[in-house]
Design a protein around this ligand. Structure first.
Ligand code: CDP
Ligand code: MG
Length: 677
């Protein structure tokens, strides 16, 4: 095990538990017996008790893979998949990708030898397209089911069906809170029904893991703060000055906030005396480069205190050892579907009581701890009890497209864990219809709809990519690069030395008047030309080398998907020598038109003051500071990302379009819209 192999020995021995001492260790036999006996096992236990890392190991040892089948463990988050796979591989004594591997979108680190596979819930859903009964798996563990992610909810519905067809399949559902009964009840036969000779009472079993937790003292603010980032940094400094040793975990909502907080804390550390300086700020968010992620899981040098600024990731899916103090901003960034806008946004909203409790609990895992809530006790009383399932608030278009492709046609009467509001279903179907993925009878169109479902991209981007081969657009090569770069979700650039000015200058070097998508295309092209191994070039241009290498791989994978559809990239175009003018239209215009065929529903028009307004004129949007149009004029644009911060709605990845293109490529959509106005 990692700890034992460390020649220096554990640095803070009491804070790092080897697997043998984890609460789950005592339950090994009982767990294996239950999984052997019942089709469904629900495991309830505190975060950190060993569910994710130990259950797959137990199953492996017990021979569940001896017949050549695999064990899958699903996670709602990519970052949890990779980090847990690394950990378990280490414990099993192999390198990742061998006996233990992971598979996330565009990154499959498994091999013929892989027996334990960590996979995102969304990706396992996709696997059902090729293997509807998931027959390659002996056991499927749906981890973090209580988080109620969209894909994990849908996966449970589908597993319910599979369980009725496969007598040998074992499903383990792990949950940190007490939603156990609900999951068991959902997966089990109805009263009086028998499945494989089993009735409701002998179909499943709930196992509770007695986790040892320590008391956590909770402190509230007396007065509300209007800047929780500043308040968090203040609290960190106070803890460092007045409290005994122990690491600090700070919950913020996103990468920007985390970067700001680390900058601010950096200034404070610079003012400290050298004996006080032993404070190491670390970021933790999805999309963080792996090197930085690893720093979270490596032991700090003796006598130092780590401050981990994290998003919601550290609330339940990742356990960081050594945390004694928690600072809770009280906010979380959630995806939600703004039905009136018809778009999905990321909004910063207050956490639920359940989340706040879970966050505080992170401080009491190894000894008594403290949690500082950056809000008043009164505000806490007003929080809602639990987080709404994602299914009830997300854009359902991507997942409904998957279900349709699996042959599930009645989406209203599908057996959901909790049914989504029918307005959300209708909205999603409307969008899919206007993207030509559905015919007027609600059936998937062929080949466009099925291809859109099979591409691992969200439907709007998938459509734009598939349209690129139309003679009118002839920009497949360009769209492939753009789509690949878009999957980096704004992480192509990075400020290496924290210099915002440098970063802006670098962005400007690649910027073009037509918009951000073509800028991304330029970045991609320049990177490939500079040479894939050219890290110095990336540094010089504030580009994230690892992510750009990833984009190259994503592009290849997308091209391979298209190849399977019989769509081949023109060799000349791939070499940058494609036909530059088709029908008198320059390439840049064809690309923008092509983008409009996918993103027409995300159109906005610039107002005089530099802000934008939605098509119906009802909502104001702002160009994200990273956009070409942050300080440049435009008329109409389409955008591919939208987020809400501090009450303002920002759009990212913008391209200039003509208004006529919108009605030309989406006549139905804009007819309906105008009709409603
Ligand atoms: O799934 P659950 O929350 O029950 O626990 P787990 O993720 O299996 O974690 C069990 C223990 O493994 C934790 O106490 C962590 O200290 C440790 N762990 C780690 O050190 N590094 C990881 N990447 C994952 C887990
Ligand atoms: Mg876990």
């Amino acid at each position: 095990m990692a700890e034992e192999e460390d020649p220096e020995g554990p640095i803070i021995p009491s804070l790092y538990k080897p697997p043998a001492l984890l609460p789950i260790a005592q339950l090994k036999e009982q767990l294996l017996y239950t999984i052997e006996t019942y089709p469904v096992t629900i495991v309830v236990g505190e975060t950190g008790s060993g569910k994710t890392t130990q259950i797959p190991k137990f199953l492996l040892e017990a021979g569940w893979c001896n017949t050549g089948q695999q064990i899958a463990i699903t996670q709602p988050r990519r970052i949890a998949c990779t980090s847990v796979a690394v950990r378990v591989a280490e414990e099993v004594g192999t390198s990742v990708g061998q006996k233990v591997g992971y598979s996330i979108r565009f990154e499959d680190v498994t091999s013929a030898a892989t027996q334990v596979k960590f996979v995102t819930d969304g990706l396992l859903l996709r696997e059902m397209l090729v293997d509807p009964l998931l027959s390659r798996y002996a056991v499927i563990m749906v981890d973090e089911a209580h988080e109620r992610s969209l894909s994990s909810d849908i996966l449970l519905s589908l597993l319910k069906k599979v369980l009725r067809k496969r007598e040998d399949l074992r499903v383990v559902v792990s949950s940190a809170t007490l939603e156990a009964e609900r999951f068991l009840d959902f997966l089990s036969p109805d009263q009086g029904e028998m499945i494989h000779g089993k009735s409701k009472k002998d179909f499943g079993y709930i196992i509770g893991i007695e986790g040892r937790t320590y008391p956590v003292e909770i402190q509230y603010l007396q007065e509300p703060t209007n800047n929780y980032i500043e308040a968090a940094v203040e609290a960190v400094v106070k803890i460092h000055e007045h409290e005994p040793e122990g690491d600090i975990l700070v919950f913020l909502t996103g990468r920007e906030e985390i970067d700001d907080a680390i900058d601010m804390l950096g200034d404070r550390i610079a003012e400290m005396s050298s004996s006080q300086r032993k404070l190491i700020p670390l970021p933790l968010y999805a999309g963080l480069p792996t090197e930085n992620q690893n720093m979270i899981f490596t032991k700090p040098p003796p006598g130092t205190r780590r401050v981990i600024f994290s998003t919601n990731i550290a609330e339940a899916s990742l356990t960081i050892d050594g945390i004694v103090f928690v600072i809770d901003s009280g906010y979380v960034k959630l995806r939600s579907y703004n039905a009136s806008l018809g778009i999905e946004t990321l909004s910063i909203v207050p956490v639920s009581k359940a989340s706040a409790t879970q966050r505080a609990g992170r401080a009491g895992r190894t000894r008594p701890g403290k949690c500082f809530r950056l809000y008043t006790e009164r505000a806490h009383q007003e929080l809602q009890e639990a987080t709404f399932p994602e299914l009830a608030r997300a854009n359902l278009a991507p997942v409904l497209l998957q279900l349709l492709n699996l042959g599930i046609t009645n989406l209203i009467r599908f057996d959901y864990l909790s049914p989504p509001p029918s307005s959300l279903v209708t909205r999603a179907l409307d969008l899919l219809y206007s993207l030509d993925a559905l015919d007027p009878y609600g059936r998937l169109t062929k080949p466009l709809g099925t291809r859109m479902a099979e591409l691992p991209l969200e439907p709007q981007l998938a459509r734009a990519l598939l349209k690129a081969t139309d003679p009118e657009f002839s920009c497949l090569s360009e769209m492939l690069s753009i789509a690949a770069m878009m999957t980096l979700q704004g992480h192509a650039f990075v400020s290496h030395d924290g210099g915002k000015k440098q970063l802006d200058a670098a962005r400007r070097r690649f910027a073009v008047a037509e918009g951000d998508h073509l800028m991304l295309y330029n970045v991609y092209g320049a990177f490939v030309q500079a040479g894939l191994g050219n890290t110095a070039w990336c540094r010089e241009h504030c580009l994230n080398h690892k992510n750009l290498v990833k984009a190259v791989s994503v592009r290849k994978q997308l091209a391979a998907h298209l190849d399977r559809f019989g769509i081949r990239e023109n060799v000349l175009a791939a070499a940058g020598e494609g036909v530059l003018r088709v029908g008198g239209r320059p390439l840049a215009e064809r690309v923008r038109r092509c983008l409009a065929t996918g993103f027409f529903a995300h159109a906005a028009r610039m107002k005089g003051d530099g802000s934008f307004t939605t098509v119906d004129g009802k909502t104001t949007l702002w160009a994200h500071p990273s956009s070409v149009f942050f300080n440049r004029k435009a008329d109409w644009v389409v955008y591919s990302e939208i987020m809400e911060m501090k009450g303002k709605i920002y759009i990212r990845d913008l391209s200039a379009v003509d208004m006529d293109w919108l009605t030309e490529y989406a006549p139905e959509y804009y007819k309906i819209k105008n009709g409603r106005r």
